[in-house]
Design a protein around this ligand. Sequence first.
Ligand SMILES: Cc1ncc(COP(=O)(O)O)c(C=O)c1O
Length: 377
Amino acid sequence: MNLFDVYPLNDIEIVKASGSTVWDANGQEYLDLYGGHAVISIGHTHPHYVKRLTDQLNKVGFYSNSVKIPLQVELAEILGKVSGKTDYQLFLCNSGAEANENALKLASFYNGRKKIIAFKGAFHGRTSLAVAATDNPKIVAPVNETDNVVFLPFNDEQALKDAFADFGNYISAVIIEGIQGVGGIREASVGFLQLIRALCNQYNAVYIADSVQCGYGRTGTFYSHDYAGVCADVYTMAKGMGNGFPVAGISIAHKFKPWHYMLGTTFGGNHLACAAALAVLEIMEQDNLMKNAEEIGSYLITELKKIEEIKEVRGRGLMIGIDLPEELSQVKKNLLFKQHIFTGEAKPNVIRLLPALNLKKEQADHFLENFKIALKG
Ligand SMILES: Cc1ncc(COP(=O)(O)O)c(C=O)c1O
């Protein structure tokens, strides 16, 4: 049997990892500023994480949502506290797409409506509603096509006002990333998020903050949308939540009332997933990782802005986009194969930095030195 060949692969096998360092099968060491796509939040193989998961596995790894799982309650309590949303409710699932899918369903259950506002450049996942709200026709199958999703230009306040004026009473939800990741590290403006909040209030639509990539402390606040000073109705989260263990969730405002079987999943919130998520939050709190993400991120952004070959540096905290001119499109490959540094990318020519939140200053400096070398070819 062959693998279904959907991923273009780098010819590298990672066999060992620790913190922000990984090693390949030939013993070559790499600095990991990609974090396996913003997933590694507290560093690879963190000892507390490994111990908490191992201890849990030795007790009970999985049981379904047909029994009490106190670890879920513990997770909800800590998550509410760390995210500053103690009066929200937690639904646990397994991936970012599933989180967004459930958030969009929840909105529709809540107000009985069907229209969704999403934005140009958005990526919300690959399940049917999430992909329908994703601005990439290449990954939308015919069966996912729907008139229920309307795409508006990102950060365009007038277009948003016009849409609500035209069909506001049909709008179920507005879904937006605080910082578009796949879209090239583009931040939603404070005014735009505040306008979404105001219009959703006025029309009883649901404001969904997709925090799958930009959330979980990466930008220095728990949800990057928080910079706007207004709350969303639903926050979706995944990548950094389990430091590599598949776990996701939605944080749901008090006004949404659940009923049995309204949402559900077999694997979501299992014992191991909760142990992983708890270990992440414990380390985030203990080591003050949101502050570190903010500080090291600001340092990197300031230093990168001094490099004249770069067209633009965007982002916040440890979610950084380095927009390069086309003639420097080789830099990402150079970084990986010559300087041995993993980074992410966004089309056409943006290098994405999405490292663990405990990246050290020396590692940031190592990157800056090597980035300047990579620019030269
Ligand atoms: C903003 C955003 N939302 C949703 C998703 C989908 O997450 P998953 O791949 O876990 O389904 C992603 C994945 O890259 C993402 O970046």
